[in-house]
Design a protein around this ligand. Structure first.
Ligand code: BGC
Length: 513
């Protein structure tokens, strides 16, 4: 055993090093990729509830919403075209994540982030200047390409740069930036809705260029990760970066393990085929199910449609945007709690607590809506009920923001072996975006048909996913990223697929402790 390497509680190595300003700074800059993702999530709900935007691009929806004033509250905004505007981005993002996998692997994480920023910048220009629906949708597709690149590369970048004992905290920087993006968008929605002349939506859509510029320029200034540099043959530079990010010259053991991981990765010619091998079954399951479940929490019903939802339950136009600002603030602050707790309490504790809190909140929200609107969907919500509703929506958002929100990106990005990491992350992005698309597309129709039962529907999924975590997710806190096979080989179920080292197990690195 070299240098100051010790054994962690999980049985893996703990390499020497400390949190340096350099690693903090690089992770901060890379996290800003989350800004573009979040800004977009927040802005679309706001603009699609603006009369001037609806009357210009979706006149039929506008006319319907005006004409429908006294009819069924659940079906007021049910329009496929309107939801297509919101969700087209996610289709583009999911297709892009596969291209991004190759860019990330072959050219490095940095250039994927750069591509993401640049396409997002182009998309925001097109959207801000849109003169017709087709221009609007084309702009949104470019934004989607940007999100596809950024979400594929940023979480990987963060997980590879961070020292194992702080990986959760640094990785969640991405989700924190996402929530800041959402909040900024909510505030901009709030400020622009009342701009005379009805062009406030242009400001909102065009300002997406600001976070895009941050990540584009930021990416240019970043070094690539040591893992990626080694894998691409830049070994001397990799060592230099490793010394700098760990703040010690005693990095030999970690460096050697990275080189070994990279050798193993090089022997794999077809990451996409390899990932299907039984020994990667646990990681593949996680890459698919974690983002799948993250979206089935129903969070984007709140994120995309909070203004529409609040309008539906009887807040006026302004008040509804204000409520979205409140949920945006809760989302951001609760993510900070996750940053503080994730490397101390671990991933499982947050998942289990957050999941339970979300389940209870959804049942209460569904019940409050049922009590006021029943199945017919007619009536007005009494003020006291509406306030209680906002309170429980906030509790729901807080539960998400310290569990499924950040961990939905952290966990898939940290469980893969290097040889399949890029492919695995693409699968996670693709599943996330597919489900985001489906829920974005289906929500208004589902609300119209399932009525308050929609919230019970998501609550039922909370039970399924929380049980899955309890049974099948091993704790990954503090385990070095290249030592991760240990957590599977010691798990009661997954050890069937990943035998302990020495029994033909997948991990050469598991011997190393
Ligand atoms: C999810 C998004 C969601 C956001 C809310 C992210 O982790 O992937 O779909 O809108 O969190 O903060």
């Amino acid at each position: 055993m070299a240098g100051g390497v010790v054994v962690s509680a999980a049985g893996g190595k703990v390499y020497p090093g400390r949190m340096t300003f350099f690693v903090f700074f690089t992770c901060l800059v890379a996290s800003s990729g989350g800004l573009i993702f979040g800004y977009d999530i927040g802005i679309s709900g706001g603009v699609t509830s603006m009369d001037s935007f609806l009357s210009e691009f979706f006149p039929s929806v506008y006319a319907q919403s005006k004409a429908n004033k006294d009819t069924n509250q659940y079906c007021k905004f049910n329009s496929q075209l309107l939801t297509l505007f919101t969700s087209s981005l996610y289709l583009a993002a999911l297709a892009t994540s596969f291209v991004a996998a190759s860019v990330t692997r072959v050219y490095g994480r940095k250039w994927s982030m750069f591509c993401g920023g640049l396409t997002f910048l182009a998309g925001s220009a097109l959207n801000g200047a849109a003169t017709g629906v087709s221009m609007l949708i084309a702009g949104r597709i470019l934004l989607g390409i940007g999100v596809g690149f950024a979400n594929q590369s940023v979480p990987l970048y963060l997980s590879e740069m961070a020292p194992a004992n702080l990986r959760g905290m640094l990785n969640i920087g991405f989700q924190l930036m996402t929530t800041i993006g959402i909040l900024a968008a909510n505030l901009i929605n709030y400020a622009t809705v009342s701009i005379p002349g009805g062009w406030g939506w242009r400001v909102g859509l065009g300002l997406a260029g600001v976070p895009a510029l941050v990540i584009t320029l930021g990416a240019l200034s970043l070094p690539d990760t040591p893992n990626s540099l080694i894998a691409r043959g830049y070994t001397a530079e990799a060592k230099k970066v490793l010394v700098k990010i760990r703040g010690t010259s005693d990095v030999h053991e970690e460096y050697d393990d990275m080189v070994a991981a990279s050798e193993e990765a090089k022997s794999i010619k077809h990451p996409w085929r390899n990932i299907l091998e039984p020994k990667y079954r646990p990681q593949l399951t996680i890459a698919i199910l974690i983002p799948f479940f993250q979206q089935l929490t129903g969070i984007n019903v709140i994120m995309f449609y909070a203004p529409v939802l609040f309008l539906t339950i009887g807040f006026g136009g302004d008040a509804s945007l204000m409520s979205a600002v409140i949920t945006g603030l809760v989302n951001m602050f609760a993510t900070i709690i996750s940053i503080i707790c994730v490397d101390r309490l671990g991933r499982r504790a947050l998942f289990l607590q957050g999941g339970t809190q979300m389940f209870v909140s959804q049942i209460v929200v569904g019940t409050l809506i049922a009590m006021q609107f029943g199945t017919a969907g007619v009536g007005e919500m009494a003020r006291s009920y509406a306030l209680l509703l906002v309170l429980f929506i906030c509790l729901y958002v807080a539960g998400f923001a310290w569990s499924w929100g950040p961990l939905g990106w952290l966990v898939p990005s940290e469980v893969f072996a290097l040889e399949i990491r890029s492919a695995g992350q693409s699968i996670a992005v693709c599943v996330n975006m597919t489900l985001t698309f489906i829920i974005g597309q289906a929500f208004l129709t589902m609300l119209c048909h399932l009525k308050f039962g929609l919230f019970y529907f998501f609550a039922a999924w909370m039970v399924v996913m929380t049980t899955f975590i309890a049974l099948f997710l091993p704790e990954t806190k503090g385990v070095a990223i290249d030592e991760m096979s240990l957590v599977w080989s010691r798990h009661w179920f997954w050890s069937k697929y990943v035998p302990p080292a020495g029994e033909g197990g997948s991990s050469r690195r598991a011997h190393g402790v």
